[in-house]
Design a binder for this molecule. Sequence first.
Ligand SMILES: Cc1cc2nc3c(=O)[nH]c(=O)nc-3n(C[C@H](O)[C@H](O)[C@H](O)COP(=O)(O)OP(=O)(O)OC[C@H]3O[C@@H](n4cnc5c(N)ncnc54)[C@H](O)[C@@H]3O)c2cc1C
Length: 482
Amino acid sequence: MTSVARRSGPARHAGAEAYPGPRREPAPRPAPSRRPPARPAPARPGNRPARVGARGVLAVIIAGAVAVIALWWHSTPGVHGLGGWLTGAGEVLGLLCGYGVVVLVALMSRLPPLERGLGTDKLARWHAMGGRYIVSLVVAHGLLIVWGYAATAHANVVSESATLLTQYPDVLMATVAGFLLLGIGIVSMRAARRRVRYETWYFVHLYTYLAIALAFSHQLADGAAFVSNLAARFWWSAMYLTVLVLVLWYRVAVPLLSYRRHRFEVLGVKAEGPGVISVYIGGRGLEELDAEPGQFFRWRFMTRSLWWSSHPFSLSAAPGSDMLRITVKNMGDHSQALAQLQPGTRVFAEGPYGAFTPADSGRGAVLLAGGVGITPLRAIFATLPGHVTLIYRASSERDLVFREELDQIAAARGATVHYLVGSRAEIGGDPLSPRVLRSLVPGLDEQEAYVCGPAGMTSTAVRALRAAGVPRQRIHFESFEF
Ligand SMILES: Cc1cc2nc3c(=O)[nH]c(=O)nc-3n(C[C@H](O)[C@H](O)[C@H](O)COP(=O)(O)OP(=O)(O)OC[C@H]3O[C@@H](n4cnc5c(N)ncnc54)[C@H](O)[C@@H]3O)c2cc1C
C-alpha cells in the first residue's frame, strides 16, 4: 500500500535537474527545539503585508453594520402605524444592502492583509455567503418599501409600485440593479454554478459592478438618511470611492506595475505525468515578490487565446530570485492549452496570494496531498523546518507527480514520504482513517497538519485528523475551488 522513503543522504536539492537549468530552493531551516522560543518572534521581514485575523475582520464588518443602523436611527424622527414600521424596516434593510455590497467587493479587492490573513478561499466563501444575504435583503427592501408606502397612502401595492418607479428619482435604475443582483445570485447558486462554465459565471458576475453603480444614486437621492445630511452623504460616498480605488489598484494597477518591474515570461514547459505539466516562469528581482511556499498567483498568459482570463495556480517549488514554477493538471480548456506555451510568452502575475503558508511553530508537520493538491505541498515540503512527513494519495502510480523530486527531498532532509496509491478496494480500507494516519505519523496529535487535494479528500482528511486528536487550529487546508 505504501512505499516509504526515510533517508538522510547527501544534500541534493530537488528540482536541481529540472528544466530549464540549475535552480536552488532554499534549504529548510534547522529544526527548532520543541520548546517555544523564549523571545518574541522577530518582526515580519521586508515589505510583507500585515495579516488580519478573521475575528478582526468580522469585528470591523459588524461595527460598520451597527454604524449603519445608528445612521438610520439618527435620521428617523419617529415610526408611526403599520406603514411607518414597514417603511422603516425597508429603509434600514436598504441601507444594509448599500453597505453590504461594499463589504462584498472589498473582500474580493485582493487587499494584501486580507489575502494573507484570511486566505483567498475563505474570502471567497465569505463573499458567496454574504452575497446570498445581500440578495435576500435587496428583495426584502423592495417589498417592504412598496408595502409600507402603499399602507401609508392607503393605495394598493400595484399602483404604489408604479408611482415609485415613475415619480421617485432613480428608483427605476435601482430596480434594474436589484433584478441584476437577483440574476447574479441565481447563477451563483451551487446547483446553477455546476451547470454553467466558469467563464460564463465570471462574466455574469461582472454585472455586479453595473448594479452597484445603478443603485448608488438612488441611495443618495431617496434615502431618508442622506437627503438632508451632508456629512452622511460624504462618508457614504467616501466608503464607495475607497473600495473602488482598492479594486482598481490591486486588481488592475498592481499586476501592470508588477509586470513592468519583473518582466515575467515563460521559460519552458515540462511534462510531469499524464495530463500534468510544469511551466517555468522567469523574471527579474522575483525575491521582491516575497512569495512563500504554499502561495499561489493568478496567471495571465499573453497568447491570442489565453490573454483574456487569469487562472490561479500554486507555486510548486520554492520561489527563486529569477524563476518560479507552477504545475498544472489538465482540467479544461485553459489548463490544457498551457502545454502549448512557447518560451518567451509574456505573463502577467497577480499575487502572491493565500494564507496556506507554513506556520513556524517549532512542531513537526504532516503534509497530506491528494492528486494535483501536491503542488503547494511540494514547495512546502522542500522548505518547512523540522521533521516533516508527507502523505501523498493518488489513484494510480501514473498519477503520482514529482516522485523523484519528493524522494530526493526526503533523502536530503531526512523526511518521510508515504505514497498511498490505489482505490479503497485495492488498498483494503480507508487510507485516510485516523487509525492509518496515527500509524503512519508517530506523535500525530502534536503536529501541524497541511492538507491540499480534491474537496472530498480534503474534508475526509480534515475529519480524520480531528478524530486523531489534531486540534482544529493546527489543521491548515487549501481549496482549489473558489
Ligand atoms: C488557490 C488555487 C490554487 C490552485 N492551484 C492549482 C495548481 O497548482 N495546479 C492545478 O492544476 N490547479 C490548481 N488550481 C485549480 C485551477 O485553477 C483550475 O483547475 C483551472 O483554473 C481550471 O481552468 P480550466 O479552464 O482549464 O478548466 P474549467 O473546466 O474551465 O474549470 C474547471 C474548474 O476550475 C475552476 N476554475 C476555472 N477557471 C478558474 C479561474 N479563473 N479561477 C478560479 N477557478 C477557476 C472552476 O471551479 C471550474 O469548475 C488552483 C485553484 C485555486 C483556487
